[in-house]
Ligand binder design. Structure first.
Ligand SMILES: [Zn+2]
Length: 257
């Protein structure tokens, strides 16, 4: 097996050198938390990874005095810094208000246009079918990104894009993260440190994710604790993994094998 083709589901190759990946996330930092190790590994193995971030992250604070515009700009900067740690290429920010996301044909069309422009082999997004997931941004991003993935290859959907010169494009695979029905486990043992480093770049979010006592001890201590947690929690049969639900993409449907 060539070194560049290392991730497989069963006996099938998922990615290799030169493959394009598009991660569609609800908030700046979802990708790093759920699949940061996989993204680091994909980049190392020659993939070109891009992000689309649907909301502006402007409510991600307990401080009522924070200007939402300022926070959303901070979070864009943090997302770029985290993406740079992992080697991610282009970032698309759709700018929908944090926490208020509901399904719309407009959002679906914007995601289809990004898929048709980036032309990914693999789309990665949140699992819209995670039981008891109450955050609308996670549910709706997962649903709209899934619909966009199965319709982007069909030229009569959002035909105006096709008439303006954008080609239809069907991704081969969708990988759903934050899932409780995984069928793909990506070994990230060698990429835990990089994942933690990327999560740490979302500095404005650290006080929401870690106890105050720990954050007072400084960034190095937070990172050590994060690495310990990632190694302890992400385990399957002794391996350190990130779980995902994988489907092949058909015309208008996921292919259920
Ligand atoms: Zn989120």
């Amino acid at each position: 097996m060539p070194a560049t083709v290392m991730a497989r589901a069963g006996s099938k190759k998922i990615w290799g050198k030169g493959d394009i990946v598009l991660v569609i996330q609800a908030h700046p930092d979802d990708a790093e938390y759920y699949v940061g190790g996989t993204i680091a590994r994909m980049v190392e193995e020659g993939c070109v990874v891009n992000y689309a971030t649907v909301t502006d992250g402007s409510k991600g604070t307990f401080d009522v005095n924070v200007d939402p515009k300022v926070l959303s700009e901070t979070r864009r900067r943090e997302q770029r810094a985290a993406a740079d740690v992992l080697g991610v290429k282009d970032l698309f920010f759709l700018g929908y208000p944090d926490g208020d996301l509901y399904p719309s044909l407009e959002l679906r069309g914007r995601l289809i246009e990004i898929i048709r422009t980036v032309k990914p082999k693999i789309v990665m997004t949140l699992d819209a079918w995670l039981p008891y997931e109450i955050h609308p941004d996670h549910r709706v991003t997962g649903l709209m990104a899934s619909e966009a993935t199965v319709f982007a290859g069909m030229p009569n959907f959002y035909k105006e894009q096709i008439l303006s010169g954008i080609e239809a494009h069907k991704p081969d695979f969708i990988l759903l993260f934050a899932t409780d029905s995984p069928n793909l486990f990506i070994d990230i043992a060698k990429h835990v440190d990089k994942k933690a480093e990327a999560i740490m770049r979302h500095e404005s979010q650290l006080s929401l994710s870690f106890p105050v006592d720990l954050t007072k001890k400084g960034l190095e201590e937070v990172k050590k604790e994060l690495v310990r947690n990632l190694r302890r929690k992400n385990r399957k049969k002794g391996r350190c993994v990130e779980p995902m639900r994988m489907f092949r993409v058909g015309a208008g449907h996921f292919i259920r094998e």
